[in-house]
Design a protein around this ligand. Sequence first.
Ligand SMILES: Cc1ncc(COP(=O)(O)O)c(C=O)c1O
Length: 347
Amino acid sequence: MRSARYWAPIIRLVADNAARLVRLSGMDEVSFHMSGTEAVMQAVRLARYHTRRSHLVRFCGAYHGWWGDVQPGIGNPVPAHETYTLEDMSEASLRVLRSRRDIACVLVNPVQAMHPNSSAPADSTLVDSARQAHLDRAAYADWLKQLRAVCTDRGIVLLFDEVFVGFRLAPGGAQEYFGVQADLVTYGKTLGGGLPIGVVCGRKHLMKRFREDRPADICFARGTFNSHPYVMAAMNEFLRHLEEPAIGALYRDLDETWDRRAASLNRRLRDAELPVRVTNLSSIWTICYTRPSAYNWMFQYYLRAEGLALSWVGTGRLIFSLNYREADYQAVADRLVAAAEAMQRGG
Ligand SMILES: Cc1ncc(COP(=O)(O)O)c(C=O)c1O
């Protein structure tokens, strides 16, 4: 048995993290979980509990972790009977939301703004060279506003899953970037300062885990390592850091900075007649190929030879740290051009 003195600093830390997340998310309450997947599970469970409806809606190609209900299809041996996978940015999907009575929540992964209705563009999909990506921020914001309106109308919970985008697009995340307030938001990854984490932020009435009139009818949530002290301390460092003026300055003109960098690289690639282009959602980039070739996936190895090691999705997703200075960025751009030239020379 530990004394109250032992727990007090941990409780203060958890409370401080919760208060900071309330401010950032614009929500009322916060709960801590062990991974992004679990945060999504908890958010969907709360939505089902409060709406007393069964189904969740996700959009084509969107990743929300590996829980069965959000991952119907390949890799999940059990059919997800209570999941509707709808077309992103589509009037037909709005009609479904307007007409069905069994929908508890709609999940949005804002990174899909760059490639609606398709999954993360991995190099393994390059055999047909069909990879496409393009951000139309205004159109996606408009779509989210339509979703917001239909969800409000129909009593459906709108859930932004910001586990991937986190606080990368703006201090207030994708909600701020696209100008739409969700009912529940999930975060993960970066918030843990490198340690495993999942967070749900939500409106008070949705975060409640019991009913006023039937207190034994609870909405269960557990996890041995929820609010783990190490994770809470790392998160506190991250959240305090986020509020420092120097970090705040990184967000100023963020889109202009990254759009300018992408445009200048594309100019260099075009001028050198290289069949490679980049597309970006702020600091999240993908590489596209203007000339079909069964060998485009090999570009990742030319990049590696130039000293750029990529993640498992290869050239499909490059994620820059926000603190990249101009010189850091130029070094990456130079290597990318050099790799493309080497691959061109190699035929
Ligand atoms: C949007 C989104 N949701 C959920 C998850 C799952 O998070 P975790 O891997 O921490 O379970 C991820 C992970 O990449 C994600 O990108």
